[in-house]
Design a protein around this ligand. Structure first.
Ligand SMILES: [Zn+2]
Length: 231
């Protein structure tokens, strides 16, 4: 990005931020569930508890949210980097609705320039203050990375992005059962991609260092529906 483009982009972000601030001030309540960084994890955990226990609330009043967010815009404060796996529908598992979460989904939930550019927009223009890297058990993309076989088409891109976080585990292959190895690899991938948020983006790295964003890691269990946050 040259200097002129950078200045123009920062200008657009600044204009968006002004709009966001005006919107927040005129709203009677926040659309987004995570009003502070400290709230974010608790709100997601409470939503996941409702999902697991069958007491979901969000999906009973979405029409109102469509009208509200359509008219007033979005101010999501929680971004999620999740796998594309159909068993991990992010809004459903956290019992969130329209306008609540800013979600990037790609097989293997790995950070890339595309997802990092998306989060940069979320942080600088929409007020996202929390990024959750969400892995899940029995992940096919992580499993394929462990298997290490060449994949056709563009699928090799996925495993190439995941592999650097699994090098140590791949060396220790054989010391664990297949299921235990996959569980460990899913967690290692989440931890690696959390570091990649900073490594891929100067803007996010700066925002992180300044405390404007926090990066959390979590794993969704496809058998129980429960989300476990990493310490
Ligand atoms: Zn997956």
């Amino acid at each position: 990005m040259n200097r002129k483009t950078t200045i123009a982009t920062v200008g657009i972000f600044a204009a968006c931020l002004t709009l966001v601030a005006a919107r927040v001030a005129t709203q009677d309540g926040m659309i987004s569930p995570g009003t502070t960084q400290a709230d974010a994890r608790k709100l997601l955990q409470a939503g996941n508890k409702r999902f697991v226990e069958g007491g979901m609330e969000s999906h009973t009043w979405q029409q109102e949210q469509v009208v509200k967010t359509g008219a007033e815009g979005q101010i999501p404060s929680i971004g999620v980097l999740s796998c594309a796996d159909s068993r991990v529908p992010v809004e459903i598992i956290f019992d969130m609705g329209v306008g609540d979460l800013f979600v990037n989904r790609v097989a293997g939930n790995f950070e890339s320039q595309e997802s990092s550019g998306t989060f940069e927009y979320g942080v600088h223009a929409l007020g996202v203050h929390t990024i959750v890297v969400l892995g899940h058990t029995k992940c096919g993309a992580v499993s394929a990375t462990l298997a290490g076989k060449p994949l056709p088409g563009n699928m090799g891109m996925l495993t190439a992005a995941i592999r650097p976080g699994l090098e140590q585990l791949i060396k220790e292959k054989g010391a664990k059962s297949e299921a235990a190895l996959l569980d460990a690899a899913v967690e290692a991938n989440v931890r690696f991609q959390m570091r990649q948020v900073d490594a891929t983006s100067e803007l996010l790295k700066k925002a992180h260092a300044e405390g404007k964003i926090q990066v959390l890691g979590a794993i969704y269990d496809v058998d129980t529906g429960k989300v476990r946050f990493l310490d």
